[in-house]
Design a protein around this ligand. Structure first.
Ligand code: SF4
Length: 687
């Protein structure tokens, strides 16, 4: 027993399943995960959800990649790291020489650490010489960031998760936090039930928080910006806004007020389908509340008007004085564990770390001096543009780490046709994903429990993860792999530990100026901006907004109709989202036996009235088809959806919902309009 206890280790880490950022100790013996013990988490206290507590079986899955794999015809063969690096060096150099650095592109991962995101963009920019670098925030959060940067300057949660409990009113729009951000959501459930906090939910689907809400309403698909503008106009017309706050803190009021003129109650009801009486109640609730927090997610962002809806939401908060205080403000609920950090650290085509623009000569000069290179001057391609460039023949090489693009990006068949055309394609992951099938070279990465680093949660909280296990087989931490590749390409890097990477980040990034591993020791954490003296920012806007005059600004927006509307053939609207038990497309959770047993596959929710019309019951298989593809999926009849609206879980082992989604995007950020899909449903013969 003594020997057994001596082999038992307790290691602090942060959950890898969502951006709430729950931290805990993981108990391990050899490679066995004995238990997860949350004790001091700044975001979660002693709580976790089912994923954080139980979904770690993937660490020892037989699907783990344990050595580099090189394509050999239709199969792959194991090779050594030296051989893999030889292949990469030869291919990168040949394509760069023949076609220039912009013929190569890089996709970082929102699951990997901050340090790894920083190195991936440094590899692209400083070593290869291209700004073709992006991450999967492109698929979800960029419109939220755009809307907030336009109006209040920073794209991040206005306050801390704990502050949400202090709000008089929580308004949840296009988000399902009970399943996607469970531990954060527990705070709202508690405040609503025991402290009289008001709760309003706007969503197509009656999910758990909609069931609990004081007011739940269902706007027509893609019309959130309209009801927000309509509510804003009502507030203005009835002098329920906060003129003192606006005078002191917000520019551009007159133009904003003029832009709201078309949004009468009558027009708003006509477009959104929300009764005027409900709009008036919502306006009065916001105006009367002692602090309003608006929580939002993909139901807002994944539309062709996603950026404008996020902007409209922030305008409404400014109009009602709901910034610069705890228990008020915008909370874009980030999805992946480090989707905030991947963008913060510069894995984007237009900015270095801390959102410093690549086309700003002063910024570039600082990075050039520190890195000793000449950097590219123009914005690179984002994920969406990369796919088009591959098909056009101008992009030849793609290096993706920690992302299953073929199931995550919209219009999977179109994406597959592009990936098949690449001259050289590297996929780096912990498991052999669907995307690996298209790769020329597959690199085995270490899982989060097998490395050191930091993640940044939705509340801008930077936290340490510590290595609990040795990397499986020949797998390596992503930062080590990137460094090996950089050095083959002449990078001359010599990082011995991620703490040295973070020191470089702090040196070059005002937003992270005071971040260091000493200050992040154990359960300590910091919320950005972090000043050089180490003081951090639980509340994002205190003495000013980050614009030259310190003031926020109203940014008028208009209604943008959806990119794809229902028709005689494609007569149903398809919405999609995650399940509590699964993470994204399920690459990790479907490889965890207990989780898979509870929820073995995805499904499509069909309303009772549509099920009756089509003569189907739960369990029946149907074919869902769109102009872009088709899937076979099992039906769950549910009154969570209504009429001709379907809801499909995006977690699926066989048939990703993205075979159905289109290539239409948000017009400013190119985030796909995942939530604007028109489909048909055909009942399949009973088996
Ligand atoms: Fe992990 Fe999110 Fe669950 Fe917390 S709420 S345990 S971070 S999945």
């Amino acid at each position: 027993a003594e020997m057994r206890n001596a082999r038992t280790r307790r290691t602090k880490t942060v959950c890898t399943y969502c951006a709430v950022g729950c931290s805990f100790e993981v108990w391990t013996r050899d490679r066995h995960i004995l238990k997860i013990e949350p004790t001091h988490g700044p975001a979660n206290g002693i709580s976790t959800c089912i994923k954080g507590k139980f979904a770690w079986g993937h660490i020892n899955s037989s699907d783990r990649l344990t050595s580099p794999l090189l394509r050999d015809g239709d199969t792959f063969r194991e090779i050594s790291w030296e051989e893999a690096l030889d292949v990469i060096e030869a291919k990168f150099k040949q394509v760069k020489q023949d076609h220039g650095p912009d013929a190569l592109a890089f996709i970082a991962s929102s699951k990997c650490t901050n340090e790894e995101s920083f190195l991936m963009q440094k590899l692209a920019r400083a070593v290869i010489g291209t700004n073709n670098i992006d991450n999967c925030a492109r698929y979800c959060q960029n419109p939220a960031t755009m809307g907030l940067q336009r109006t209040v300057g920073y794209g991040g949660d206005s306050g801390s998760i704990a502050d949400i409990e202090r709000a008089g009113l929580v308004l949840i729009v296009g988000a399902n936090p009970a399943e996607n951000h469970p531990v954060l959501c527990t705070r709202i459930k508690r405040s609503h039930k025991h402290r009289g906090q008001r709760l309003i939910v706007a969503d197509l689907r009656k999910h758990e928080m909609a069931e609990r809400a004081d007011i739940f309403f269902r706007p027509n698909p893609s019309t959130d910006a309209v009801w927000m503008n309509g509510v804003a106009r009502y507030i203005l017309d009835h002098k329920l806004h906060k003129p003192e706050f606006i005078d002191q803190w917000v520019n551009n009021f007159d133009e904003y007020a003029r832009s709201l003129e078309p949004y009468t109650l009558e027009y708003t009801e006509q477009i959104t389908g929300v009764p005027a009486a409900t709009l008036i109640t919502v306006a009065n609730e916001i105006a009367a509340a002692d602090g309003t927090c608006i929580l939002f997610a993909m139901g807002v962002t994944q539309h062709c008007g996603g950026s404008d809806t996020a902007t409209s939401l922030s305008n409404l908060l400014l109009l009602t004085g709901n910034y610069m205080r705890p228990g008020a403000g915008a909370y874009p609920l980030r999805g992946h564990n480090n989707v905030q950090g991947a963008s913060d650290l510069g894995s984007m085509p237009n900015v270095f770390s801390g959102y410093q623009k690549v086309d700003d000569p002063d910024v570039r000069a600082r990075f050039e001096a520190d890195w000793g290179v000449t950097l590219p001057t123009t914005t690179g391609k984002d994920n969406h543009q990369m796919i088009d460039a591959i098909l056009e023949g101008t992009l030849k090489v793609l290096y993706i780490k920690g992302e299953d693009t073929i199931t995550s990006d919209s219009n999977a068949n179109y994406v597959a046709s592009a990936l098949a055309k690449l001259e050289f394609f590297i996929v780096q992951d912990i498991n052999f994903s669907e995307t690996c099938r298209y790769a020329d070279l597959v690199l085995p990465a270490a899982a989060s429990l097998e490395k050191d680093g930091t993640f940044t949660s939705t509340e801008r909280r930077i936290q340490r993860i510590y290595k609990a296990l040795e990397p499986l087989g020949e797998s390596k931490p992503d930062w080590e792999i990137i460094q090996l590749i950089a050095n083959r390409m002449g990078g001359n890097w010599n990082y011995k530990h991620p703490s040295e990477i973070m020191a470089e980040v702090a040196r070059l990034t005002p937003l992270f100026a005071g971040v260091s591993y000493e200050r992040l020791e154990g359960f300590n954490s910091l919320q950005w901006p972090v000043h050089a003296d180490g003081t951090d920012s639980p509340l994002l806007f205190v003495e000013k907004f980050p614009f030259p005059d310190g003031k926020a600004r109203f940014y008028p927006v208009e209604y943008i109709p959806p990119s794809e509307e229902t028709s005689a053939i494609f007569d149903l609207h398809l919405n999609n989202g995650r399940l509590l038990e699964h993470f994204e497309q399920g690459s990790m959770t479907f490889r965890t036996a207990g989780i898979k047993e509870i929820t073995p596959n995805g499904f499509v929710e069909v309303s009772p009235e549509l099920a009756t019309e089509r003569g189907i019951t739960s369990g029946r298989y149907v074919q869902i088809a769109s102009p872009h593809g088709k899937v076979r999926v099992q039906v769950l009849v549910s009154d969570r959806v209504q009429g001709k609206q379907l809801y499909m879980s995006l977690n699926s082992v066989e048939e990703p919902v993205n075979k159905l989604t289109s290539s239409y995007t948000d017009r400013y950020t190119h985030t796909p309009a995942f939530k604007e899909t028109a489909v048909s449903m055909t009942v399949l013969p009973e088996q």
